[in-house]
Write a protein that binds this ligand. Sequence first.
Ligand code: LLP
Length: 421
Amino acid sequence: MDHFTYRDGTLCAEDVPLTQIAAEVGTPVYVYSAATLTRHFNLFRQALDWTDHLVCFAVKANSNLAVLKLMADLGAGMDVVSGGEYLRAKAAGVPGNRIVFSGVGKTAQEMRQAIEGGIRQFNIESEPEMLVLSSVAASMGAEVPIAIRVNPDVDAKTHEKIATGKSDNKFGIPISKARQVYAEAAALPGLKVVGIDVHIGSQLTDLEPFRLAYTKVAELTRALRAGGHEISRLDLGGGLGIPYRRDNTAPPLPIEYGQVIRETVGDLGCEIEIEPGRNIVGNAGILLAQVIYLKEGEGRDFLIVDAAMNDLLRPAMYNAHHDIVPVAQAELGASLREMDVVGPICESGDTFEKGAQLPQLQSGDLVAFRSAGAYGAVMASEYNSRPLVPEVLVSGDHFAVIRARPSFEEMLARDTIPEWL
Ligand code: LLP
């Protein structure tokens, strides 16, 4: 459920008509609903209310400071994967002891930064990384909590580019090797083993891969404890999918996901961490765009809008589907027209949907790309020298620009022409 609904014939974000945002901020623009974000975060919290837990929002899904501040005020922890994300979490007011640092390529510099600023735990992805963290921490006189990310070799049954839990993916340590690596970790200075970490992929629409992976984590917990390791925390990653099509059967709910966690690892007495991103913010955002032209091609019509693949990369990158809806509610029974919805960028991959069925639209009409709050603005670029897409946050009947559209002057000012040219 989200808070983007038609009222008096116009699509609104909570109580604000999208026409008003388009008029005041321009298009393209991302629009987020604070009430939807809050609702989704609370669903995860409720799903784990049977145990000690921390819901760590995956910052990579949407790293706008205002979104992070909203999450932080609700009590969220954060899962970060770079020094930049770490700084964003801190700037949004998240205390270090609620920040988990994941990612396969943490540099010594990033480790130092997080140890200085405070950190809940590092999720270790390889032995070389573990050795570097040990020496960085020891040189600072620190002892840092770590979990080791294990790769359970489970098929997440999702798009291959976002599956992370198979042995041929770059992530984690093979679970078969885990006992040996935990023994090495226990002997290293500067590290304190506190738990196990796992994340098998994103946009999972089936709970069985989670069940398989978490069952393996439970077995490993018992084995490690028997070997003398203190395992008090399990970080079970993110990945629960969202509905991208209104007419689709919806993926499982957070409460059902929480039940799988309870059934697989619930009896171990561990504190549970999860790292959802998409499920919290995906359907809390839309990309608002305007029709530039309706171009009648040979046997094919093209709806050319002012948003493009640089603003929302997912369709070009993963063949992802985002429902496209007119902001002005179509008359019931209005005749639909088949068209390809495309952006202005000079490559054919700049296509949002082929053969979309849309009502009659013309230049100046507004459309919304739904389910665009996660991995939308964060993956935007300035390709074709298009200014980075702005973002707006709505709460009730008011809204704020939470990232302004850069001016062309600002864009150009970042480049320098060397004096010898
Ligand atoms: N934790 C770790 C370690 C991750 O790598 C990810 C996502 C998450 C948590 C959050 O997963 P979520 O709950 O959002 O599924 N750009 C792609 C998605 C990449 C996901 C990468 N890792 C897309 O647009 O579909």
